[in-house]
Write a new protein. Structure first.
Lengths: 509, 427
């Protein structure tokens, strides 16, 4: 009797989530700490000798880690994986995020022992192949951007922004222009742009986007003023409304005339790659998201990789190391060889595994394939726009680049918002588009199909988007406030998460 | 081109639907002189076989650690990775997912990262941990920035001991953006926002925290502890008394990969939660009251706060944090501690063997799995001579000093090979 009670209590305490929820191919899963404790590790290791410690400190006591066997670990993570949507599941039209197909060849190449199990502090003679990968990637990026200075160390897009803006700052200081402390940022910019400028010790001044969704020369001039205190400008081009800044050349000329540098956020490079070179429209510094344009996987939020490409003028100031070629050997150049550099921004050489993947992608496409990437990406977005523009509000008329912008203006009149549309897409087996961004208009929906979607895939998405619009138009709106209902979880109580932060598992909590 | 599904026919249909004559009509806003004439000056597309051939040839030009005696550490370590880890992180659902902005269809990533946060908090003895950082060096720089936010009126960052040179360099670059801040070595004063203490330090020496805690309390500086061999936390006491603990988690589940991608971590006391950089996953419930996980406390972050954000960081090292979490799950409490002890015992055997060689002096009083020796010859020359014999001997420091690491990967044969070669080279 006592034993039975104990078992019952244990089940309730250990696994409150396990009493219901499993149906069909859907499995509930508890946390590692809630599983029955195994009396041995899931890894068989040699037994330590028990020799006397030479750490100078007593051995650590209980940590409170869970303990489960290998099959349980595999099942745990495989079950968790089934609760994720991914690009391999289907269409993933997340604007400005370029969720394209991630070739598995890239994964295979990055896992070659000669790349995966080498250390960046090995003698250079033993890592020539790794340095060659970096050197060739630098050259591909320089040619594609027409910006000859390339530094691969930044670990992500936002880190590339930091590297780029610090390069600009360093250049101003070297020229005795250190008093320039203002960075111009359009109101349509990614949040990382103003955040980066501030981390660089700058203050930002906003340029207002016009009713055409673009920057105008007048608005730019107004923000520029006499330009004496302007360090530079951070502009995404194509911008986050999916449009190319048609006056960019003139804006860049005015900025340069005033002594500022043009930082281009490379988030939307997929629209241009292989076809248009940012160095040819006045860009001084640009970061490239290898995890967007060059297909390295997003991995549920990283690792990314954000190399920067800069003009010859700015190259001496960019971070170190960079790979140089001396006759037949490759070499990492650091501060001693690049005395004007701003220094280091990451440990070691950067996200090298992402460099291998990106190079494999570039080699697979070649100059011809990359140009086709840009053209198909732009065509797909325009086709999608053409199929939706009569049922959703299109704030900026005309064609778009590689992504198109809609708003919920029409649906909002019936009480259905962008959030509801996004959640309806989840219900219908799609990852939603980017929502409520850019911030220049209410209820924005930024849709980026990418070039790796077929016409058929886009048509199917269009059918769902149109059926949502039709239901709303008919007044069949109640269901939209409850979507999604077929997903592993329904809408979240995000307020509770923020008000009472619970950020880790704890016993009895 | 194998990655592009559109056909000539479909492109034609789509152009007609859009209502343009040709593809270039869609690029009409772009200045004519910005177009590449013809194709970029780069090779044409290649098949999978050709790409594989070329890149495999490049990979073969490198000396990979599995090829033989390998004793290099210095903030990045050669450890065994169970097959399960790499298999699971290559599942499409994890590999090709995005940042979990839509929690209803991203509970897999969110739950795993919640487990990651729990592991890091437990290992570091801290209250909370974030969803990971780019690497240990940037995590340390972010810790200094956070200390400056908390100790608002202070301007200095004190480096208390031998911090990894890359971490030090990155810290200086980040701080260089703020004219009124200063990074210095020594002891904190009343203007010091935090003391940064690495343990084991760059030379492999573990440090106790009590005396530093006392020094910090006397001056009001925060204590930031940096760990770049996370396995050491299975044997050395946890830095519970620190205010922030950050560093590198690469040793668990992540290959050296010529320097990345790795997995920075960041943990702190709950009091400072709202000043933390990076992503945080929190527990909540869905409409049906079922336990669920979401990105939370977003009001610290750049996409909401823009120029007022705690950091410009947009992502974490999601997949690397997952690799760490899977490996930790496999190890469990006993396995993790056993792994730590094995590392230490291997290093003890290596130290014993080296100390017997004439011309070699062990400089560490104590160590975990890495230590510094002094040689009778120039260390850079020794490393070079060793490399010619197929041995990656360690990291050459100035003054004839060599930093060597031993892990569970190091065999008796590896040690014997190193010892024989070193004896010959030092003769």
């Amino acid at each position: 009797m006592i034993a039975e009670q104990k078992i019952e209590k244990t089940i309730i305490n250990i696994a409150p989530q396990m009493n219901d929820g499993n149906h069909g191919l859907h499995y509930e899963e508890n946390l590692l700490w809630e599983k029955e404790r195994c009396d041995h590790s899931g890894v068989d290791l040699p037994k330590p000798d028990g020799t006397a410690l030479r750490t100078g400190q007593s051995a650590r006591g209980s940590i409170g880690l869970p303990q489960v066997s290998e099959p349980q670990v595999v099942r745990h993570f495989v079950r968790l994986s089934t609760w994720n949507y991914s690009i391999d599941h289907g269409f993933f039209p997340l604007g400005s995020c370029t969720m394209k197909h991630n070739p598995r060849l890239n994964e295979k190449m990055a896992r070659l022992p000669g790349f995966a199990h080498v250390h960046p502090l090995q003698p250079e003679s033993t890592v020539q192949g790794a340095l060659r990968v970096m050197y060739e990637l630098q050259n591909w990026l320089a040619e594609l951007t027409r910006l000859p200075g390339v530094c691969l160390t930044p670990a992500a897009g936002a880190h590339g922004e930091l590297a780029g803006m610090m390069t600009i700052r360093r250049a101003h200081e070297a020229k005795g222009q250190g008093h320039r402390k203002i960075v111009l940022v359009p109101d349509s910019a990614h949040g990382t742009n103003p955040a980066t400028a501030v981390i660089c010790g700058y203050t930002t001044k906003t340029i207002k986007t016009s009713e055409t969704g673009r920057l105008t020369i007048d608005a730019f001039k107004e923000a520029l003023g006499n330009g004496d205190d302007i360090a530079g400008m951070m502009v995404t081009n194509p911008n986050t409304c999916g449009l190319f800044e048609s006056d960019i050349h003139e804006i860049a000329r005015l900025l340069h005339e005033a002594g500022g540098y043009f930082y281009c956020d490379g988030a939307n490079f997929n629209a241009l790659v292989g076809k248009i070179r940012p160095g040819d429209f006045g860009v001084d510094v640009m970061h490239i998201n290898l995890h967007k344009t060059f297909s390295t996987p997003h991995g549920g939020g990283g690792p990314g990789s954000g190399p920067i490409c800069v003009t010859e003028e700015l190259a001496p100031y960019m971070p170190v190391p960079v790979v140089v070629k001396n006759e037949d050997t490759f070499h990492l150049a650091y501060e001693d060889e690049r005395p004007e550099t701003l220094g280091r921004l990451r440990g070691f050489v950067g996200q090298f595994g992402m460099h291998v993947r990106a190079l494999a992608y570039m080699m697979s496409h070649g100059a011809d394939g990359l140009k086709q990437v840009s053209e198909d990406a732009v065509l797909n977005a325009n086709y999608l726009l053409s199929q939706l523009k009569d049922v959703y509000h299109v704030p900026y008329k005309g064609t778009c680049m590689h992504e198109c912008l809609l708003t919920d203006k029409i649906q909002k009149e019936k009480g259905v918002s962008t959030l509801d549309i996004a959640k309806a897409l989840c219900e219908h087996g799609y990852h939603p588009m980017t929502t409520y961004f850019p911030l220049v208009l209410p209820g924005t929906m930024l849709i980026e199909p990418t070039e790796t979607e077929s016409k058929d895939a886009i048509d199917r998405f269009v059918i769902v988007m149109r059926s949502i619009a039709e239901d709303v138009a008919k007044g069949d709106t109640e269901k939209f406030h409850h979507y999604p209902v077929s997903t592993p979880r329904k809408r979240m109580n995000e307020v509770q998460a923020a008000r009472h932060p619970k950020l880790r598992w704890k016993e009895n909590s | 081109m194998r990655y592009l599904p559109q056909t000539k026919q479909s492109r034609k249909h789509m152009l007609a639907a859009v209502g343009v004559e040709n593809i270039d009509a869609l690029y009409k806003d772009i200045p004519a002189d910005a177009f590449i004439k013809g194709l970029a000056d780069l090779p044409l597309h290649q098949g999978e076989l050709e790409v594989e051939r070329t890149l495999s040839a490049y990979a073969n030009q490198n000396h990979a650690a599995p090829q033989g005696s390998f004793f290099l550490g210095g903030g990045l370590y050669y450890h065994h990775i169970p097959a399960t880890v790499d298999h699971i992180i290559q599942r499409s659902e994890f590999l090709t997912a995005y940042t979990p902005y839509q929690p209803e269809i991203a509970q897999g990533t969110l739950t795993a990262i919640f487990e990651f946060q729990t592991f890091i908090a437990q290992l570091t003895g801290q209250d909370v941990a974030n969803a990971s950082m780019y690497d240990g060096a940037t995590a340390t720089a972010e810790a200094a920035l956070m200390a400056l936010r908390i100790n608002k009126t202070r301007h200095k960052i004190c480096i208390g001991n031998a911090l990894h040179p890359d971490y030090r360099a990155v810290l200086k670059s980040y701080m260089g953006n703020h004219e009124d801040t200063e990074v210095f070595d020594g002891l904190p004063d009343a203007d010091t926002a935090c003391v940064i203490l690495q343990s084991p330090d760059f030379y492999g020496q573990p440090h106790g925290y009590e005396s530093w805690r006392k020094i910090c309390d006397e001056t009001g500086a925060l204590l930031v502890v940096v760990i770049n061999e996370i396995i050491s936390l299975g044997l050395l006491p946890a830095p519970e008394s620190a205010d922030i603990v950050c560093g590198e988690a690469q040793s668990i589940g992540i290959p050296m990969g010529f320097g990345g991608p790795h997995c920075g971590f960041f943990a702190c006391r709950e009091t400072y939660l709202r000043q933390m950089p990076g992503r945080l996953i929190g527990e909540t419930v869905d409409e049906d009251g079922r336990r669920s996980f979401v990105l939370t406390l977003n009001t610290r972050e750049q996409h909401i706060r823009r120029e007022k954000a705690t950091s410009n960081i947009c992502t974490n090292q999601g997949l690397m944090a997952l690799a760490f979490t899977i490996h930790m799950a496999l190890l469990g409490e006993d396995g993790f501690k056993q792994l730590a002890r094995l590392n230490h015992e291997t290093a003890c055997r290596l130290a014993d063997a080296l100390e017997k060689i004439p011309g070699v002096t062990l400089l560490n009083e104590h160590f975990f799995n890495e230590f510094t020796i002094k040689l009778s010859k120039n260390a850079k020359d020794v490393v070079k001579a060793m490399a010619e014999r197929g041995i990656i001997a360690g990291y050459a420091l100035d003054d004839n000093q060599l930093l060597l690491a031993a892990t569970e990967m190091t065999t008796e044969k590896d040690i014997a090979t190193l010892i024989t070669a070193l004896q010959e080279i030092l003769l």
